[in-house]
Unconditional design. Structure first.
Length: 467
């Protein structure tokens, strides 16, 4: 399998190359040259497989040429062995139509662990084949940072620099990053910055030859294809449990950077019968506006109780637009350059109609999030976090036909956001024992002004050169 850039000018790479490169050198994102497709018989044969085996089966076509399926299975067994639930991503029934897919049983209590636990092992595998050092630079709205740090802390040949907007992540989220004291971990709190600002700094570093000449800069954000690939698996896991390939399922996905829901789109391309993918946003609703009205224009970020979705530029939307453009990279490069110059773009009719065939969207405001958290508690005895609440709100209001099961991706453990859950239900969710002493541990981070120059200087001073 080889990987091509959505902007048409970067060289094609194999899976190993795309995993280590992160962003393509033309500013685009890597996607597989073609979507592999399973037949209905092949999908039926996956029913009942343990998660690690299902993962190896679903991902094998994407890693061909870089890893054997046997080696991939060893890595998935190790990655998913660290989850606190033996089902890895258990499915919980709420009512006659609604289901929750619990993705938060990993070490840092959010769905990011599902991909990043594997990505940490992939980095180690590929770096072990050469003399290279990798410098990971990432931006986090809260959950990517802790999951990525957990996945690479203490590993040889990798340094990680994680940027977070100071004061805009929850206490649990911050402490999960800053209490990891391994010497290869660097937490940078950016002043006067939003997640979008932090993400823009990261993207600029990938295109700064003064940096890329000295350091092999790698990505743990969902611009890295390997992350999305790992997330495709749980769509299959849930679909199979609810009757795939013989029955269609809808998914509602709390969305920020469009990574998780894009993985659902990939599952559909691979043959999983999906009735609809519901893109759920909070009031930072650029994706809802884009899908409902064709208006992809950047607003200002409003902080909400669901900070991991407080995003106004959704990097992975570009991967969908690429397909909807007939995979014309040069045309997309022009469209994206227009967006980068004006911070606004109008989708073409072809893009709008193409998206409408599979996607729906909805936006939840603060009251709708709170009332959905309350509904899940009062009617189903489930405590859900504010991100999951956006998804469940959208799931319950999307008008999906009654015979189609709707699976909301439960993206974070409620104890990551205890205040919002307690306000809505009167119940304070307790942290699972595995992270219990978080509030006693020492923190380590540096505060920097939110400029590119400040971040680049810090990285240049502390990172290991490529070779
Ligand atoms: C990252 C995150 C999201 C958004 O996922 P994307 O892949 O960026 O769309 C939603 N909920 C939680 C809890 C997250 O950590």
């Amino acid at each position: 399998m080889d990987y091509i850039s959505t902007r048409g000018r970067a060289p094609a790479l194999d899976f190993e190359g795309a995993t280590l490169a992160g962003l393509a050198s033309d500013g685009g994102l890597y996607v597989p040259r073609t979507w592999p497709r399973f037949s209905a018989e092949e999908i039926a044969a996956m029913a009942g497989l343990p998660y690690a085996q299902l993962a190896a089966r679903v991902m094998a076509p994407f890693v061909a040429g870089s890893l054997t399926e046997e080696r991939l299975l060893e890595l998935t067994t190790e990655a998913y062995g660290r989850f606190a639930h033996d089902a890895v991503t258990p499915l919980v029934q709420l009512d006659g139509q609604q289901w929750l897919l619990e993705l938060f049983h990993g070490p840092t209590l959010a769905f990011k662990d599902v991909a990043l636990q594997l990505l940490g092992l992939l980095f180690e595998e590929f770096l072990g084949r050469s003399e290279r050092n990798l410098t990971i630079v990432g931006a986090t709205s809260g959950d990517t940072g802790s999951a990525a740090i957990d996945a690479v802390a203490g590993r040889a040949k990798v340094d990680i620099f994680m940027l977070h907007p100071r004061g805009r992540v929850s206490d649990v989220q911050r402490r999960q990053m800053t209490t990891v004291l391994a010497p290869n971990v660097h937490n940078l709190a950016l002043e006067h910055a939003s997640f979008d600002d932090a993400q823009a700094i990261v993207k600029r570093m990938f295109n700064d030859q003064a940096m890329t000449g000295r350091f092999a800069i790698g990505a743990v954000n969902s611009i890295n294809w390997a992350r999305l690939m790992a997330q495709v698996v749980y769509y299959f896991a849930a679909g199979l449990q609810l009757g795939a390939p013989h029955r269609k399922v809808a998914f509602s996905v709390p969305t920020g950077n469009f990574g998780d829901v894009f993985a659902g789109y990939v599952a559909a391309q691979m043959g999983l019968p999906i009735e609809r993918l519901i893109v759920a946003t909070n009031v930072n609703d650029i994706l809802h506006r884009a899908l409902a009205q064709g208006d992809y224009s950047q607003g200002t970020v409003t902080p909400t109780a669901a900070p991991s979705m407080d995003i106004q530029v959704s990097s992975n939307f570009e991967r969908l637009l690429f397909d909807l453009n007939g995979r014309d990279g040069l045309a997309l490069a022009e469209q994206m350059a227009g967006f980068e110059a004006t911070r606004a773009m109008q989708l073409t009719n072809a893009q709008r109609e193409g998206a409408a065939a599979l996607f729906a969207s909805a936006r939840a405001d603060a009251d709708e999030m709170a009332s959905t958290i309350r509904w899940a508690w009062e009617h189903c005895g489930e405590l859900i976090d504010p991100h999951t609440a956006c998804g469940l709100f959208a799931a319950r209001t999307a008008g999906i036909a009654a015979e189609v099961p709707v699976v909301t991706l439960a993206t974070a453990h409620p104890a990551k956001f205890p205040e919002a859950v307690e306000r809505a239900t009167g119940q304070r969710p307790s942290l699972p024992a595995r992270v219990g002493d978080l509030f006693e541990r020492e923190e380590k981070y540096v505060t920097l002004g939110g400029t590119y120059e400040a971040v680049a200087a810090f990285v240049a001073e502390h990172a290991s050169p490529k070779v």
